[in-house]
Ligand binder design. Sequence first.
Ligand SMILES: [Zn+2]
Length: 487
Amino acid sequence: MITEEVLQKMKEEFFTSLLEARNEGKTIGLVQGSWDLFHIGHLRYILEARKLCDYLIVAMDSDEKIKKRKGETRPIIPEEERYEFLKLLGIADSVIIKDVKEPKWGLIQQVKPDVLIAIKDNYSDEDIEKLEEICGRVAILPRQSETSTSDKIRKIMIAGKGQQVKEISGKVKEKILELKNRIGYQENMMEPIPMLIDYLKDSTDWVCPVAAGCYWNGKWVFGANHSDFNIPKYDLENRTELYYATTEHAEMNLLKKLGGVEKLDTPIWTTLFPCDKCMKVLMDKGVKEIYYLEDHPEKNWSKRSHELAEKNGIKVIPVFQKEIQEEQPMDFQQMQYIYPPNAREQKQLDIMMEMESHGKDPLAPEYIDQEILYTTDYWYISKNRFPYEGVEEQFLIVARYPVYRKEEITEEMWLDLQNIWLTLSEKYQIPGGALCLRFGDPALSGATLKRFHVHLIEPKEEAKTKFSIGGHKVLKKGLQIGKDTLL
Ligand SMILES: [Zn+2]
């Protein structure tokens, strides 16, 4: 480690040299990084920075500073070596080490460079705005190579951990199964859902595998999230927020697969609603629509991300909630012939719904699927297909013509009904029972079918039967509207 003393001396020399450059009227440029496992991307980055100024300062994070940000196993190359390397490279006019005690943007504040050179992914738009107030200007460079040092290290570590990776893929598979259960996954779901879920296998995050995809240049492209194996296992498993810097998010992996695309004007599909960091990047790329299978709306990153999407007019579409929302509001009162909440059995409900959906009145004599015992001028008589519990006989006396309200019943109809009652009692030798008639709002009357009808009920001996008055507003528990009978 470089001692405090050496560091102090280094700083003094640095500021003397900087002052000289200022006095000579040179354009001061500042570029910062860890420069761990120096690679071609680093070199290109520094060379690009070199072109933008007369006096280039390369700042380098101390070992302690890197450990704090990226974990105990980093950096791979100790600070003395990294420092010497940058010096010997001979591109910079000055190399300075940033130590852990330095406040955020401390060096930038002290140097106030004419041009600050930065990589796009490392700063948010807000950050850049603030930095522009401190520096002459901020030059944003794209990443200079396909993979970062963190990526390379991840690959090296995975390569050396065959057994661990095997364990991880088993755990990832379990998580995929759990996800499938949560969303009620079926093989025949519309694409890209099956492809997206299949791609989760590529994730190395066994706590929360995520996949993202989009249709690009004539084909589907997917990315999955990856754990940084530098982070201690305990921290990975017990995280409450997503680790921004330490895992590669699915959306970022997807963008990488697309090869540094500038404008991405196509919907993004993801298994989990994007975090705010990813949302910012997707926004920058011009994404307008995001479809997602799941969300963690209670988490802060999700709240921030939803806010960002709303502010920027990005449509976010929950794939599964949408279907449920569309099915929910069924106005039973508006139905013409039936009132489903009072249905007692699934079969009864299915028949009713089927008829209603075809514009047929289930009680009309031409559609009733029960034998009609006989017909009078105004009524027809049949037996109830779904008799109440404890009844010996249950006749239905139904208006032959489309009569639905009590006001429509004429005197002749009443007389006819009286005759039927007497005739039936005699013909079927009904010693006692009840003539039951519902009217008005089915939510109050308890009627299932709206055509005017009357029940003649004879109970079994020694038994009680119930004729229920009073209805419901929602379907009886356990009953459901079948998917085939969409109205
Ligand atoms: Zn993310």
